[in-house]
Structures are given as C-alpha cells and as structure tokens.
Design a protein around this ligand. Sequence first.
Ligand SMILES: NC(=O)c1ccc[n+]([C@@H]2O[C@H](COP(=O)([O-])OP(=O)(O)OC[C@H]3O[C@@H](n4cnc5c(N)ncnc54)[C@H](OP(=O)(O)O)[C@@H]3O)[C@@H](O)[C@H]2O)c1
Length: 305
Amino acid sequence: MFGKKKEQPPQIDKEQLELIQNAQKRIKQKKRLYFHFVLFLIGSIFIIIANTILDIGKDFRPFDKEWFLSAIFVWLFFFLYHVFNVFITHKFMGKAWEQKQLDKLMIQQKLRIEQLKNELKKEAPIIAESEHYNESINKKEKTSELTIIVAAAENDAIGKGNKLIWHLSDDLKRFKSLTNGHHIIMGRKTFESFPKPLPNRTHIVITRQSDYQAPEGVIVVNSLEDAINAAKNDPQPYIIGGGEIYKQALLLADRIELTRVHEDFEADAFFPEIDTSVWKETANIFHTKDENHEHEFSFLTYERK
Ligand SMILES: NC(=O)c1ccc[n+]([C@@H]2O[C@H](COP(=O)([O-])OP(=O)(O)OC[C@H]3O[C@@H](n4cnc5c(N)ncnc54)[C@H](OP(=O)(O)O)[C@@H]3O)[C@@H](O)[C@H]2O)c1
C-alpha cells in the first residue's frame, strides 16, 4: 500500500504526439538550414581564396569573370531554394496537416449545428406555450393602468436634500385627490421623506434592503416589478417617486400626471426627460402665481402613444 509507485508512461493522446513530432521535425529543418548558411559563408571564403590567392583554375573564366563568382552564385541559388522550402513550402506543419485540421473543425461545427437543431425541436413547443401564456396574461389580466405622478421644474428638478423644493397647495390637493384610495409606489428615500404614511392609501416601498422595517400596513418589496405585482388588484396604482424610481417606471407606465413648475431650481433629484416620440400630451391646464402659489405651473397629462 505504501510501496513505491510503478512509474506510469505519460498519458498523451495521438494528436498531441503528432503535434510534438511535427514541432521536432520543424526544429530539425531549421537547424539544417542554419548549418547550410554557415557552410555557404565558409565555403564561399574558401572558394574566393582558392581562386584569387592560390590561383586554382585561374584560366577558367566563365562569362569572362573569375570562376568563384559563378560558383558562389550557383551555391546562393541552392541556398535560397532551401530557404524557400523551409519557410514557404513547408510552412507551419504542411498542407496536409492544415487540411486535416480544417476538416476536423468542419465536422465539429456540423455536429454542433445538428445538436442545436435537436435542442430547438425539443424546446419549440415549450417556447410556444409560454408565449401563448404571456399573451393571454396581457390580454386578460392587464386591468390596471400604471400612472406616474410628479411635480418637476423646467430643468426637471424634483427634490433636494430628500425634500420637495416648493410648496404649491393646489398641486398637493391634486395629488391627494388623484391618489386617494389607491396604491402608491415609491422608493425608500421618498418614503422616508414623509413624516408619517399618508392616510387612505396603500404604501408600497421599494428597497434593496432585505430587512427594511416599515410601519404596519406598509408593503415593502425589493423591486419595481414586485411593487407593480403587489398593486395588481388596484385598477389605478400610482408611482409617486422619487428620481430613481421614476427613471425605471417611465419604461412601464401608461400615463404621466405632471405638474410642470415654470422655473429652474437647484436640485439633487430629477425627473427623466419625457420622450415625445413615446408620450403624447393630452391635457394642459395653466395656473398663475397667487398668494398660495409662489410659482407659475401647469398640470399636464401624457399618455403612452
Ligand atoms: N417633485 C416630486 O414630485 C417628488 C416626488 C417624490 C419624491 N421627490 C423627491 O425625490 C427625492 C428622492 O428621490 P431619490 O431618487 O433620491 O430616491 P427614491 O427614488 O425615492 O428612492 C431610492 C431608493 O429606492 C430603492 N431602489 C431604487 N431602485 C430600486 C430597485 N430597482 N430595486 C430595489 N430598490 C430600489 C433604493 O433603496 P435602498 O437604498 O433602501 O436600497 C434606493 O436608495 C427627494 O428629494 C424627494 O423629495 C419629489
């Protein structure tokens, strides 16, 4: 049990072996070429000495030049042919090897396509069923209209230091009358900006905190989707802010009840820009300044096109 382990031959597959053998072959080819280059240089020097200093074959003058020039030229031709063979003809691991790899890759791709086709065949009925289910839910169960209610300045400012920026009594009255008896969905910060929950409304507070404590009757959820779901029996739930929640809800809402305050204000919370290619203005009521209203404003209604 504790004896010396028998040495196992290395586990190497056929392809790896082929790769190693090819690499070794390649090294040998390059070594031979290098040897040829050195031989060519030394050989050329010997030929030059033999012809010019030792006067060997002095009378042999092909093309009316010393014979060493022709000899070196011919040798150079063979050397270049060798270079061509090593780097061009036998580049990488040879044509046959490359073709083999390409064929292998194509077979793998074909197998993968077949596999995907089979998976799709199996899943198609399930996908169709779930699409049908979603469609029927949309048709049958979408009985509530999600409305955003907000007061925003000309520069889209809505709040600063977790407080509203203005006091407009008619705007508050409108907010109260529209939301009375309904579910009001809000971010945790907006909820904490109230001294206490508003009467006669069901508060749904969105937070990422799993242990958020809220007064009795206040529904706490962890996402906007859960908030909308919690209000699904209300035909008219309202998104009442603040900036973070408005931004997310604008993609889902059916209507916007906007009080546009006709001034710019410094703020740290903003309403997102209303894209008029998505939203159509359906009502616009102007309100002047008076003893109860420091700023001019308009009640605007937008419906999703
Ligand atoms: N003018 C208006 O009509 C109006 C109306 C309402 C509010 N306001 C103003 O707006 C400001 C507050 O807006 P705000 O943008 O700072 O805060 P907010 O939208 O009221 O609340 C932000 C908080 O909501 C939670 N939250 C946001 N997205 C979430 C998600 N996808 N999933 C789970 N939780 C999510 C997070 O709570 P946790 O940090 O707990 O995770 C986040 O910190 C205040 O100044 C307020 O007075 C103005």
